[in-house]
Structures are given as structure tokens and as C-alpha cells.
Design a protein. Structure first.
Length: 205
């Protein structure tokens, strides 16, 4: 599977963090929150590189107070795929939360499904999906809820002060973000933060 790469050149006056995150409007309508998927520190006149594969994961955490600025740190990460092993159950026993009963749901091929047990109290944990081993979208865990997720990743880059896994207010980042749309059979992109701290056009190769 091809690896996507993103090189970010900082030619601005900005000193802080560069972050890559994902957006997906239909998931946001379902209550999903976007995470700072990857972050790297950056000084002026430097460049950083991010890389990932389109390998999906199920993730959960005992962080239930979901709001911008909160850090999601996955307690369990389980590999998945939209065509195989695409359904899992989030349950709770006396030792804590756990994923179990991962199966292939051929009826929902192309989707990822999280079945939340009736034993889960609301507002105590969070659950969602990730890519390349790190969370991308999360929801507050609730009892007897089935999340049916059809991933259609949109990649964005932004700058600010972030921690990896931080819940983002993506609406507040609109003027500081750039959407990275890889053309067919193109896997390398380079973007430049200009001297006025705006983004230059993307170069693909």
C-alpha cells in the first residue's frame, strides 16, 4: 500500500506546531470530533515531513469530557479494514472498557461499525476510529449505540499550538488551514507557509 507524504516548509514568522487532521462533514453531523492526528514542532525557515498509510484502526479512551483542547490518548488500538474485520464491540466489565468480538460484516462492506454495549455509562469514555495507529475521529461513548462509519478522509494541515490527539475546533481553524487533495496516483505533496503566514499552492509529485 502506498504511503502518503506531506512536506511542510515554514517560511513564515510562525513558531509552534504544525498539525495534520481529518475532516468529514457527515461524521461531524453524527457528533464526531476531529483530533490533531499528527503534530510536529516548527521554527521559521525549517521544514517537517509527515507520512501515513490508509490503514484504519478502532480506538477508545477513558476520556469522556470531550471538548476542544482535551487530549485523547487511546487506551486500546485495534487494526481494522473497511472490507474485513470491520465490526467490533465496545464493552465494559469490572476491569474496565475493552474491545471484543471483532468480525467481518460483509453487509456493511466499506464501513466501520462500533457496537456500544448496554453496560457502558454515558459520558465516561470515548470511542472512534484512527488511521496509521493514531486517532482521527472520536465520539462520546453511550450505551446501546451503533456507530456506522463510512470513512472518506479529507486531509488538512494547520498551524498553532497543539498536542497530538488534541480535540480541535475545526471551525476556528478554517483561516489557518489548507486542504490537501492528492490527485490519482500522486502520494507526495509539498506545502509552504509563506512569510505572511498564509499557505502557498500545493505541489504534488
Amino acid at each position: 500500500m502506498a504511503e502518503y507524504k506531506l512536506t511542510v516548509k515554514n517560511k513564515g514568522t510562525f513558531k509552534g506546531d504544525l498539525a495534520v487532521y481529518q475532516k468529514q462533514p457527515d461524521l461531524e453531523e453524527m457528533g464526531a470530533m476531529s483530533l490533531a492526528w499528527f503534530t510536529k514542532g516548527s521554527n521559521p525557515n525549517t521544514e517537517v515531513e509527515f507520512g501515513w498509510n490508509v490503514n484504519y484502526n478502532f480506538v477508545w479512551s477513558e476520556e469522556g469530557d470531550l471538548k476542544p483542547g482535551v487530549i485523547f490518548k487511546a487506551t486500546q488500538i485495534v487494526n481494522t479494514d473497511v472490507k474485513a474485520n470491520n465490526k467490533i464491540e465496545l464493552d465494559k466489565n469490572k476491569y474496565g472498557y475493552l474491545f471484543k468480538n471483532q468480525v467481518t460484516d460483509s453487509i456493511h462492506s466499506g464501513e466501520l461499525i462500533i457496537e456500544e454495549s448496554g453496560l457502558i455509562p454515558g459520558g465516561e469514555a470515548s470511542v472512534g476510529i484512527g488511521m496509521s495507529g493514531f486517532g482521527t475521529f472520536i465520539w462520546e461513548a453511550e450505551p446501546n449505540v451503533d456507530l456506522v462509519i463510512q470513512p472518506k478522509p479529507q486531509y488538512w494541515v494547520t498551524y498553532g499550538i497543539f498536542d497530538q490527539g488534541e480535540i480541535l475546533n475545526t471551525q476556528q481553524l478554517v483561516n489557518k488551514s489548507l486542504k490537501i487533495e492528492y490527485p490519482m496516483n500522486k502520494y507526495n505533496a509539498t506545502v509552504t507557509l509563506k512569510s505572511d503566514n498564509t499557505w502557498e499552492s500545493i505541489i504534488y509529485d
